[in-house]
Write a protein that binds this ligand. Structure first.
Ligand SMILES: Nc1nc2c(ncn2[C@@H]2O[C@H](COP(=O)(O)OP(=O)(O)OP(=O)(O)O)[C@@H](O)[C@H]2O)c(=O)[nH]1
Ligand SMILES: [Mg+2]
Length: 352
């Protein structure tokens, strides 16, 4: 199919043309989600640029330096039946915010409004308050955007896999993965990481940006093929599956509320375990301190006993030496006496 034919197919897409009718859907929402700064807004700019085929503009307000900045859910209409949604990105995979990411993906938070990451059950209230502002007639096509600049470290693989799996559980569709910064050099490595996670549909782009928006056939064609893939899949699902958008919206709501509940339970559990570990560490520290104190006291006593023993030995030695000296003195005295006696006797014997 050439580019004009592709454009025609995309432009004429409507759920009304599905074999079973629209089943209650009237718009395909291409929901972009992923980590902050990975190129979601730039991908929207790329899609709009290709679709309008006019002058380049920063429609989606992509960041000017590395690191993103979108904090709202902003819709960008492509055709009357296809809308791309720029969602707020995750600051970090495993931190707070995962609830909001899934709430956005499930179309449970209103379009055109800011998205704040909340702790506790604040998100549940926001979802309930948004009920009248969100449309269950939106068909959700999840698209995960990831920059190949970021090679996924082994310790993040499971986390990311679980995010993609949760997205699939909630929307019924395995997300398409859009890789950005295609020419950066890590494409094969990052692509194979996603394939290993079970992702089958992967598109890679060098986004059109403020600095580089020289139109190339390769990029234009790839964007149109991406849009075609999304609508082909949406059409198949509405033609071949029995759908109920109202119930699906309700189920997604339930899903995210359960997710928040589980997250809070997990956080509470982790908090308890952290506290237990802290108590244990404090107890061990106290025990160690007591043992050291006991050891110091034992050492101190031992030294005192040794000093006492030394003192006694020295005293004994001193007494023994004094005894010895006295003995020597007595002997000397006796010898002297004995000598004196002899002389005296000698005198008498002479006289005889
Ligand atoms: N060279 C190149 N730069 C890109 C590409 N995609 C995004 N960028 C740049 O990367 C930066 C971040 O892109 P954004 O589109 O703002 O990222 P984001 O995902 O929307 O970020 P958040 O709004 O925070 O979620 C910007 O400076 C873009 O110009 C790409 O494919 N190639
Ligand atoms: Mg953005």
């Amino acid at each position: 199919m050439d580019m004009d034919e592709l454009k025609h197919v995309i432009n004429s897409f409507s759920f009304d043309r599905c074999k079973k009718g629209n089943q209650g859907f009237n718009r395909c929402l291409i929901q972009l989600f992923g980590l902050a700064g990975h190129g979601k807004s730039s991908f929207i700019n790329t899609c709009v640029y290709v679709w309008q085929d006019g002058e380049y503009k920063n429609w989606a307000k992509a960041a000017e330096g590395y690191g993103g900045k979108t904090t709202e859910r902003i819709p960008h209409k492509i055709t009357s039946n296809i809308t791309l949604v720029d969602n707020r990105g995750w600051p970090k995979l495993d931190g707070y915010g995962s609830g909001e990411i899934f709430a956005q993906l499930g179309n449970l938070l209103p379009l055109g409004r800011g998205v704040e990451f909340t702790k506790g059950f604040g998100l549940v209230e926001k979802i309930v308050r948004s009920e009248k502002l969100v449309k269950d007639s939106d068909f959700i096509a999840p698209v995960f955007v990831h920059s190949v600049k970021h090679i996924i470290p082994t310790e993040e693989i499971e986390e990311l896999k679980s995010v993609l799996h949760t997205a699939r559980e909630m929307t019924g569709i395995y997300p398409i993965v859009v890789l950005t910064h295609k020419t950066y050099g890590n494409l094969t490595t990052v692509e194979s990481s996603f394939r290993d996670m079970g992702i089958e549909r992967i598109f890679a782009f060098e986004n059109y940006t403020q600095e580089d928006h020289f139109k190339t056939r390769g990029r234009h064609e790839e964007v149109l093929k991406f849009l075609q893939e999304v609508i082909k899949d949406a059409q198949f699902r509405v033609e071949h599956q029995t759908r109920n958008p109202v119930k699906e919206m309700h189920d997604r709501k339930q899903f995210v509320m359960n997710y928040v509940h589980q997250r809070e339970k997990k956080m509470e559990q982790e908090g308890l375990e952290r506290k237990k570990a802290l108590d244990r560490a404090m107890r061990e520290k106290e025990l160690k301190r007591q043992e050291e104190e006991f050891e110091r006291e034992r050492q101190r006593r031992k030294e005192a006993e040794e000093a006492e023993l030394r003192k006694r030995r020295e005293e004994l030695e001193r007494q023994r030496s004094a005894e010895q000296a006295r003995y020597v003195e007595i002997q000397a005295q006796q010898q002297a006496n004995a000598k004196g006696g002899k002389k005296f006797l000698g005198f008498f014997s002479k006289k005889k």
